[in-house]
Design a protein around this ligand. Structure first.
Ligand code: UTP
Length: 234
């Protein structure tokens, strides 16, 4: 069975606690899980950034702020597990070995952050490498990787395809502070490059995009891979 790691941005899954997309994701994930092994890494979103900002204002250092961000990612992961019920392993995996152990049950494995100085992008890339995933999907709040931030620059152009090296070139130059909002963090870029696992960046605001990509092999987004074949159809 195909193994797929999905990085689910906190801003996509829990835009706010009250108006969250968890039940919409739960029904899509349950449908997908029938045909492949699913690992989900949940981000912290706006809530993590709020905690980080307040901690900084209180004089906390970057690593301490990161720890707070990690706690929020795990809270969001817990919410997703609550929604998935029996379909998910009941605990949030706190390291890659646990994730592999939990996967032995055949259930959906959910994790959040792991360690300071990175984001859940890095966690998802290392997890993909660790479990030997066929594909890594980053479900985020834009529909691909752009030449500039499309929310700020109207002239930004979407990359349909990138090689892992081109992705790294784009990432290098971005800053890496707690709560920083960049395309992907540098650890993720390096792991994607060394593992050769294809990465698909798509718009996760509509959970059906995930279904269309994984089950039907069609997507709108950016594919990062060494060759141009569609990893969803192989
Ligand atoms: P996210 O992965 O959610 O960051 O982690 P993000 O890029 O803001 O992602 P979205 O908005 O959810 O898509 C939130 C913060 O938690 C800390 C970092 O400070 C990060 O910015 N974090 C997360 C870590 O320090 N280590 C981790 O492994 C994960």
């Amino acid at each position: 069975m195909k193994k797929i790691v999905i990085s689910l941005g906190g801003s996509v899954l829990v835009p706010s606690l009250e108006s969250n997309n968890i039940s919409r994701y739960v029904s899509v994930l349950k449908k997908i899980a029938g045909g492949c092994r699913i690992f989900i890494v949940v981000g912290g979103g706006g809530e993590a950034r709020r905690y980080i900002r307040v901690a900084r204002d209180l004089g906390a250092g970057e690593a301490a702020a990161d720890e707070l961000g990690i706690m929020v990612t795990r809270l969001n992961a817990r919410l997703l597990i609550a929604g998935l019920g029996d379909a998910a392993y009941p605990r949030v995996a706190e390291n890659y070995t646990e994730a592999r152990e939990f996967a032995e049950t055949g259930k959906i494995v959910v994790m959040g952050g792991i360690t300071p100085a990175q984001t859940t992008d890095a966690v998802s890339a290392v997890l993909a490498e660790s479990v030997g995933a066929d594909l890594l999907i980053n479900a985020t709040s834009v529909n691909g990787i752009y030449s500039a931030d499309p929310k700020k620059d109207a002239g930004a152009v979407k990359h349909e395809r990138l090689t892992p090296q081109e992705l790294l070139d784009i990432i290098t130059g971005s800053r890496m502070d707690a709560g920083a909002n960049t395309v992907l963090d540098i650890v993720a870029g390096k792991v994607i490059e060394r593992s050769g696992i294809p990465l698909l960046v798509l718009d996760g605001r509509d959970p059906e995009n995930l279904y269309r990509a994984i089950v039907e092999g069609t997507y709108t987004g950016t594919l990062v891979s060494k060759d141009s074949s569609n990893p969803l159809l192989s």
